[in-house]
Design a protein around this ligand. Structure first.
Ligand code: ADP
Length: 359
């Protein structure tokens, strides 16, 4: 893989600082010990550009100030050649202007990147709300079921109490069923709230199976409504992954809703969704979701992850783009398997928790 200095120094900022200090020292030496007409200070722009890769805004400003200061100091320290002093001053001024302009443009770029990041965060939130919207029927069903059961147990309880003599034992059992159903309904509400909240991503050791369980509870009604049979093959003793459970839940909701939407076109009898989870040899946990929809055409495979590419009249074309972003920001991969007869296969991996990966 190609060495990327920017991401290396982002992970090792101390090495980055040492590298910058050495580079500045070399430029300072060259600027001081070469003749005044050699504008070595111009190379400080490289320092600014390198610093931009891993320093915050204030760090870049401080770096530019230090570079300007060093340029002025070496102007005074450079041995004076008769007649060249004016040229030296002009060269120093040009270098200072180049450093200041580079820092200014670099900061403008950083501000634009921040705005783009903010926009993406908003998009993730919209997509999350949208995917929950897609589950409305399912969620309504999940809450309606315990409510209907509570009403039935309530009437039964009333009947046993009105009985002559009252059957307290049966009434008590009906009450216990009611408490169980109330808890079921409030669990569903709690899950919706945790999926919809706009919290900062928080990566903690997570059992992927727990995330799957939460998503399946929310999606079960939708699967039932479309007569889709979900089968799960989950390896025993799966290691935990380091993940934000809401974000990973959102990815799974996206993939499941895409599969449901794809299978709606197919005859009801063959609609099957198979979810497999297993640990891989390279310390990842892999989730594979196969459906029995129409599968992916050549064009779909090329464009699937392009922003705004959709084949649905009401689609946004953001689901897979954002899902891939989320998984990659966790250090994993999301891809579609080469099409095989009988549907589409989407997979993602997440890194297993290792002690040194803990925040
Ligand atoms: P959207 O769902 O809003 O269209 P996505 O980025 O989630 O956005 O999906 C992009 C496109 O990928 C879909 O419009 C669809 O054509 C295709 N696609 C995604 N998942 C599947 C699938 N399981 N089977 C077939 N096509 C799919």
């Amino acid at each position: 893989m190609l060495f990327n200095p920017s991401s290396y120094f982002k992970q090792h900022p101390r090495m980055g600082m040492v590298g910058l200090a050495l580079l500045m020292a070399a430029i300072f030496a060259a600027d001081t010990f070469t003749r005044l007409e050699v504008a070595a200070a111009g190379f400080y722009v490289v320092v600014i550009l390198a610093g931009l890769g891993f320093l915050h805004r204030r760090g870049v400003i401080a770096l530019a100030a230090i570079c300007i200061l060093l340029t002025i100091i070496s102007l005074f320290l450079t041995p004076k050649d008769h007649g060249l002093h004016d040229l030296g001053v002009i060269n120093a001024l040009i270098s200072i202007a180049a450093i200041a302009i580079t820092a200014y443009l670099a900061l403008l770029r950083a501000a634009a990147e921040d705005a783009a990041f903010e926009m993406r965060t908003q998009l993730v939130r919209i997509a999350r709300i949208r995917s929950l919207g897609g589950l409305t029927a399912s969620i309504a069903h999940e809450i309606n079921q315990p409510l209907a059961a509570i009403a039935a147990s309530g009437s039964a309880c009333q009947r046993w109490l009105e009985h002559d003599p009252p059957n307290l034992d049966r009434a008590l059992r009906a009450l216990q069923r009611m408490v169980g159903d109330v808890n079921r309904a409030s669990d569903v509400v709690a899950r919706i709230r945790s999926q919809a909240r706009n919290a900062e991503p928080r990566r903690v050791p997570v059992q992927l199976t727990e995330v799957i369980e939460e998503v399946v509870v929310l999606a079960q009604g939708e699967l039932d409504r479309h007569e889709i049979l979900l089968t799960e093959h989950i390896q025993d003793d799966l290691p935990e992954v380091l993940a934000d459970r809401v974000q990973v839940g959102q990815v799974l909701v996206n993939l499941m809703l895409n599969a449901v939407e794809a299978m709606r076109e197919m005859p009801a009898a063959g609609r099957r969704l198979v979810l497999r989870v297993n640990a891989t040899a390279d310390e990842m946990v892999q989730l594979t979701l196969s459906d029995t929809g129409p599968g992916l055409s050549q064009q779909a495979r090329e464009k699937l992850f392009d922003t705004f590419w959709t084949t649905k009249p009401d689609g946004t074309g953001l689901g897979l783009t954002i899902s891939r972003d989320i998984i990659e920001s966790h250090g994993g991969h999301l891809w579609a398997e080469p099409s095989r007869p009988g549907g589409a296969v989407f997979c993602f991996t997440l890194p297993v928790v290792r002690q040194e990966r803990m925040p």
